[in-house]
Design a binder for this molecule. Structure first.
Ligand code: NAD
Length: 476
């Protein structure tokens, strides 16, 4: 399979160079993606520029039909797309199929949004003057996506971009071109005019940078690491280009003495280890009060060691492989760092399976303090650490003592603490008796502090980024 660029409605011939390797079985090569030169990205941007005015002038019905068709096809093919996702990224099949379904639901939601557009007509403070506030498309938007949600994240950027009338250039992650290509094929046969959606495969340093630096791109929406996001922010800031960043997390899960033990263990197991811990919303710091600490650690450790790690496509697998060798080495490096700083590591050994892959047993690091590197730096693997605290007040201070602010959870039976936590956790999303990961697609998603920058993604809040506002005054 060759993953070609889609530019102005044509699948362009390029040199297909980068192998797409199955992390559960490194002998299995799914295909080869174009390693595109900067000129391909420039052609895609020019195609989007040409197509943008036509799409901006399209009717809500035209936009609805396109988005609805895309959503319908994704949902009809969710099992096949989910399998592709599991094969190239390493999520388990139920996780892969669930993510594909979510992508379809996102397109359906934004199909509805095309019909719900509204402006405001207001009275002026001056006599005889009328005021109208309207929204219009931003123009050409560049979308840059990571590998860990290879179909849902492109979907939650592309769907609102198109719904609000923008032309799109997508630069997907190098590690997961297959899902992006499948999505591009679906979009290409949805009835969307040529050039409104374009995709260019290649490296961040070549085609990604070209997209960010182009004067013909009006806005950039990026999801990925803090390091890349910060470089993109500097480039966009210099051009005063509209920007939205979703980046890393070091999400706290607070467990109080009065928590239901089973609920707390379920939420922590899911939040820390499912999807191999490769979620920006993963619960990587478990902050546990003294009275429940030992029971919680014993129960979570016991459940964690029983998790079945294996090939993502096996029905019995609960935790798939790590995405690639680089990430596996990073996970092992941080486990060494945690041990050298005095943490007690349970699990975390590499595993052999019948196929050669990047298998790692989930790991729990106990007896840690919040200032240790394992608690301050994002790792992005199936590992979590436990921090022992005296009470709720200390738990909240520790939860907030991080440069990140994406998601924060609490397990408690107390309405008082739950209410206080929702108000005072320094995070864009707060969860009560639920994992820090796992969100709905019809409400805003995003963080505070170092995790996010710019307007929220998803739900009808997405219009803040994908539209610009005009205020018009008329003398009656
Ligand atoms: P990454 O930053 O390495 O890459 C993300 C994308 O940016 C890729 O497409 C890459 O090619 C591109 N890129 C790299 N350098 C670039 C440059 N100089 N200019 C333009 N584009 C460039 O991130 P990753 O490893 O793919 O993803 C993992 C990270 O994503 C984690 O930090 C995780 O927390 C974060 N993430 C955040 C969210 C969220 O919503 N907050 C969701 C998922 C993942």
């Amino acid at each position: 399979m060759e993953y070609k660029n889609l530019i102005a409605g044509d699948w362009s011939e390029t040199v297909a160079a980068a192998a797409n390797i199955n992390p559960s079985d490194t002998q299995d090569v799914l295909g080869y993606a174009a390693n595109s030169p900067a000129e391909d990205m420039e052609r895609a941007i020019a195609a989007a520029r040409d197509a943008a005015p036509g799409w901006a002038a399209s009717t809500p019905q035209q936009r609805f039909d396109v988005l609805d068709a895309i959503g319908t096809e994704i949902l009809a093919r969710k099992a096949e797309l989910g399998k592709l996702l599991s094969r190239e990224e390493g999520k388990t099949l139920p996780e892969g199929i669930g993510e594909a379904a979510r992508a379809g639901q996102i397109f359906k939601f934004f199909a509805g949004e095309t019909l719900r557009q509204a402006g405001e007509i207001l009275g002026s403070v001056r006599p005889g003057v009328g005021v109208e506030v309207t929204r219009s498309p931003v123009g050409v938007v560049g979308l840059i996506t990571p590998w860990n949600f290879p179909i849902a994240i492109p979907a939650w950027k592309i769907a609102p971009a198109l719904a609000y009338g923008n032309a799109v250039v997508l630069k997907p992650a190098e590690l997961t071109p297959g899902c992006a290509h499948a999505l591009a094929e679906i979009i290409n046969r949805s009835g969307l005019p040529e050039g409104v959606f374009n995709i260019v495969f290649g490296t961040g340093s070549t085609v990604g940078q070209t997209l960010v630096q182009s004067r013909h791109v009006d806005a950039i929406s990026f999801t990925g690491s803090v390091e890349t996001g910060s470089a993109i922010a500097a480039a966009c800031g210099a051009q005063r280009k509209k920007l939205q960043l979703e980046m890393g997390g070091k999400n706290p899960m607070v467990v109080l003495d009065d928590a239901d033990l089973e609920t707390a263990v379920d939420a922590s197991l899911n939040g820390a280890f499912f999807s191999t811990g490769q979620r920006c919303t993963a619960s990587s710091r478990l902050i546990v009060t003294e009275g429940i600490h030992d029971r919680f650690v014993a129960a979570l450790g016991e459940r964690m060691t029983r998790l079945r790690v294996g090939n993502a496509l096996d029905d019995s697998t609960q935790i798939g492989p790590v995405v690639d060798e680089r990430q596996l080495e990073k996970d092992l490096y941080y486990l060494d760092v945690a041990a050298s700083e005095g943490g007690q590591v349970l699990g975390g050994q590499t595993l052999q399976r019948s196929t050669k892959g990047f298998y790692l047993a989930p790991a729990l690091v106990t007896e840690t303090s919040n200032d240790m590197r394992i608690n301050q730096e994002e790792v992005f693997g199936p590992l979590a650490s436990v921090i022992r605290v005296a009470d709720y007040d200390e738990a909240l201070v520790v939860a907030n003592d991080t440069p990140f602010g994406l998601s924060a959870g609490i397990c408690t039976g107390s309405l008082k603490y739950a209410t206080h936590f929702k108000a005072h956790a320094e995070a864009g999303m707060a969860m009560v008796n639920l994992p820090t990961a796992g969100v709905d697609y019809h409400v805003p998603f995003g963080g505070t502090k170092g995790s996010s920058f710019g307007a929220r993604e998803q739900g009808s809040h997405a219009k803040e980024f994908y539209t610009k506002v005009k205020t018009a005054y008329t003398l009656a």
